[in-house]
Write a protein that binds this ligand. Sequence first.
Ligand code: KIV
Length: 271
Amino acid sequence: MPAKKEFKKVTTHSLQMMKANKEKISMITAYDFSFAKIFDGAGIDVILVGDSASNVMAGHETTLPITLDQMIYHASSVIRGVNRSLVVVDLPFGSYQSNSNEALISTFRIMKETGAHAIKLEGGEEVLESVKKIIAAGVPVMGHLGLTPQSIYKFGTYTVRAKEEAEAEKLKKDARLLEEAGCFAIVLEKIPALLAREVALQLSIPVIGIGAGRYCDGQVLVMHDLLGINNEFKPRFLRQYLSLHDEVTKAVQSYIKDVKSLDFPSEQEQY
Ligand code: KIV
């Protein structure tokens, strides 16, 4: 019998150990089985089933329209492709902001119907009661501060957050409160690198940045941005590792050409 491949599952505890050992944490979004399987096999630490699915999978302008049912569909597909990575699922807009009871019910649905390992939600002090109740129910929670896309209509723009003293102070306080409430990690989105550094030094839980600079304990990117699937989105913080948009275009154009010219299928490609 072939030897079973050995791997150690990533847990919230291993992420804390990574921070303690100064090993950076890698995180990427995924929304379906096939990409989740590739990312897991490549050795990614955390897979986020982000509500950015609303943008990159469904083509909406914001993350607001995606529903809890749709997030559950994406998350259960991702889970089927994963052996090792920790899978975190976003609570979508409107599934937790009313009260902590609603937050708990949405969390229970995600955990029961997808098999995911943790949830993420946006906000600080204003969602603290929900965070505490979810953790008390045994579910690990990842916080999300800075640019929180579910509040885009309050912010009015996707520019860098917390450049002013008052917002930076609130962010630091919120980060402390989320840690005290029991969050296992926090995402900081699009804030100055030195502020993210201060937060990462201040907290004992991992701080994972997107557009928050090099001093965070880990980094997260949206898979479509990293792989260059969407070739129109090129913010300063993004490092694009592939130009999949161009590669796929070239491949499909070759396929069209081969079909039209009767080159495909050849005799060897038929029964
Ligand atoms: O939904 C998402 O993809 C996210 C990341 C940007 C952190 O929340």
